[in-house]
Ligand binder design. Structure first.
Ligand SMILES: [Ca+2]
Ligand SMILES: [Ca+2]
Length: 421
């Protein structure tokens, strides 16, 4: 009688390696990264600062300017709808945006009024006369949704951007025109860490090599640590020298052991106002705190009013010591993207690895799933006569414990930008 291959499979000899791939949108922050970033990047719609011209518009209130005003109000009454709309008839319909000066961008987002659009292209120019096409819709089918997002393979640098819509039909209202609420031309904006030019102070330092200047040196090998004990509040302040807009901070903790802490602001360095009050330990070592509103302040500080002594450090080694400690205290004029996914390490992926169960009659073993940013590979089993390298389960299967080996690797992604003149 045939028996199920025993489900007890042992995961052993897991190995980790690193590889690098290219071009991933967004901000990627990894734990244990030895280099603290000097700045953060955010998306910016350059079209908002541009001027639009069109070769046709249906009315004076639905001109090209409505395509670059940042407003998408599909539910508004007709004259108030902020869209560029053309007459029916002659093609193509052309929207040209002059960005005022050369800008770097790599993405477009178009908010169409209807899905009657079948063909269009986007071209760029530095003189407004000679254009290079950077995107052409690849087929003649109707656009599948009202929002179109286009990501170029690399960033381009140009002053003029021309959207040419050359194929469209009447759609369900039998009106063959082009209409769109918004044409976004998206690039990246860099925001420097304001702490780099600030003066740091603290409630006290644990030792001569753990001084407060270590929180603003962009070096994840140096850190500040507070004095030892629970007899006082621990704090680190930054003096920007003059009033700055601040919308977020990042606290790069040695351990996530602060259980009550606040971000405070001040314009004289002695009277402090709460900006953000945190009443539980940070979820991550790199603790991104976005403020509800951008504040205008000369001083900012983190004040720890309670902490626990015992907590794991970044190497997952539990340290019992009555201090709080920061590798970096960064401040930015913009809010930061916060990953909702908990930060994963190779160890946490291995710990949470679920080996798919094998059912009677299965001829192939499924691969376990790993989170985004990780890759898994089947290395082999110790009984190849039962489980082959290509995951084939050989019949008949017997009641035997088979050890399987997987290789898991963390993929480090870097954004590579190429500027084309
Ligand atoms: Ca608009
Ligand atoms: Ca440091």
């Amino acid at each position: 009688m045939q028996k199920n291959l025993k489900k007890k499979v042992l995961v052993s000899a897991l190995t980790a390696s690193m590889s690098v791939s290219t071009l991933v949108p967004g901000i990627m922050v990894f734990a244990n990264n030895p280099v603290a970033p000097a700045s953060i990047t955010t998306k910016v719609n350059h079209a908002l600062q541009g001027t639009a011209t069109v070769n046709d518009s249906e009315t004076n209130y639905w001109g090209g300017d409505k395509a670059i005003d940042g407003i998408v109000n599909r539910d508004a009454a007709k004259p108030d709808q902020s869209r560029w709309s053309t007459n029916v008839g002659t093609t193509p319909k052309i929207l040209t945006v002059d960005l005022g000066s050369e800008k770097s961008f790599s993405e477009f987002k178009i908010e169409w009024e209807r899905t009657n659009i079948k063909g269009y292209n986007i071209a760029i120019s530095n003189d407004g006369e000679n254009y290079t096409t950077v995107y052409t819709k690849p087929d003649d089918t109707n656009i599948p949704s009202l929002t179109t997002e286009i990501v170029l393979e690399s960033s381009v640098l140009a002053r003029y951007v021309k959207l040419t819509v050359d194929k469209y039909d009447g759609g369900d209202i039998n009106w063959a025109s082009v209409s769109l609420y918004e044409f976004e031309i998206l690039g990246e904006e860099t925001h420097e860490n304001l702490a780099l030019n600030a003066t740091a102070a603290s409630s006290g330092d644990e030792a001569a090599n753990l001084v407060v200047d270590n929180v603003k040196d962009e070096d994840m090998a140096t850190r500040w640590a507070s004095t030892v004990g629970h007899n006082d509040n621990k704090w680190v302040s930054l003096d920007f020298g003059s009033v700055k807009d601040v919308a977020s901070v990042t606290l790069k903790w040695e351990r996530c052991n602060a259980t009550n802490y606040k971000i405070q602001s001040s314009n004289d360095g002695s009277n402090w106002e709460d900006v953000k009050v945190l009443t539980s330990a940070p979820a991550k070592f790199d603790d991104v705190i976005n403020f509800d509103n951008t504040i205008n302040t000369r001083y900012i500080r983190v004040l720890v009013t309670d902490f626990v002594d015992s907590a794991p450090d970044r190497d997952d080694k539990t340290v019992s010591w009555a201090t709080v400690s920061l590798y970096e205290f960064e401040a930015y004029s913009v809010k930061q993207q916060v990953d909702v996914e908990p930060e994963q390490t190779i160890d946490s992926v291995i710990t949470n690895l679920v080996i798919p169960a094998i059912a009677k009659g299965d001829t192939k073993m499924a691969m376990p799933e790993v989170p985004n940013g990780f890759e898994i590979e089947f290395v082999g089993a110790d009984y190849e006569q039962i489980l082959d390298r290509d995951l084939t389960i050989h019949q008949p299967i017997v009641d035997t414990t088979v050890s399987v080996n997987y290789k898991i690797k963390k993929v480090i992604r870097k954004r590579l930008l190429m500027l084309i003149k």
